[in-house]
Ligand binder design. Structure first.
Ligand code: GRF
Length: 194
């Protein structure tokens, strides 16, 4: 587990695959005074990920790995993380599942944000599933990553009401706004517990 001593910050890598609104938001958070987060690296498995514009615009080192050969890509990433002295990974819409070996060999916490009230609705299409099951509430969760999908220890959750006229898209849009509040809060909580 990483240690933050004195005023030291997390030296983080953010992993993305798509839009990158959480990445954009974490960059903003990292720029705040006294933020515990410094983003040194952005990793994507998708060279066309829209979110890469945010890392480039903010001059953050960016690397793309195809994951065509999963093990090979993971080993290369582990080497870079070591070289860059990264001690925190934040998955933010990253669509690859990290192996046991990767998780074991990284020297710090790995966090993920998931758009449901875990342990409910792991995996994809969470909003569709919540609506289909006539849930009254959904939400978002920041949790530690372990070797089982969306199953690691929960750090923080936010509960959001599902309205009668919600569809998957409207719910997704509303929950995303709450994700942008929750992820920084969870990182602060983690930093204050170290
Ligand atoms: C978010 O809903 C996140 O919870 C999920 O993937 C989505 C990524 O959105 N894991 P963005 O790329 O950060 O906009």
């Amino acid at each position: 587990m990483a240690r933050l001593i004195g005023n030291k910050k997390f030296e983080a890598a953010i992993f993305i695959s798509g839009t990158g609104s959480n990445l954009k938001n974490l960059i903003k958070f990292s720029r705040l005074k006294n933020s515990p987060l410094k983003i040194n690296l952005v990793i994507s498995n998708n060279k066309k990920a829209q979110g890469l514009v945010h890392s480039k615009k903010n001059k953050i080192k960016t690397k793309v790995f195809s994951f065509y050969n999963h093990k090979n890509s993971e080993n290369k990433i582990l080497n870079i993380l070591k070289k860059e002295e990264i001690n925190l990974i934040c998955l933010a819409g990253f669509m690859k599942i990290l192996s046991k070996n990767f998780i074991k060999n990284f020297r710090g916490p790995i966090l993920n944000i998931h758009p449901s009230l875990l342990p409910k609705y792991k995996g994809l299409n969470t909003h569709e599933k919540a609506i289909l099951n006539k849930e009254k509430f959904s939400g978002c969760t920041v949790h530690f990553v372990n070797s089982k999908l969306d199953s690691g220890k929960i750090i923080l959750q936010r509960k959001i009401k599902i309205y009668k006229n919600d569809n998957a898209k409207s719910l997704q849009k509303r929950i995303l706004k709450h994700e942008h509040i929750l992820y920084p809060k969870a990182i602060k909580k983690l930093a204050s517990n170290l």
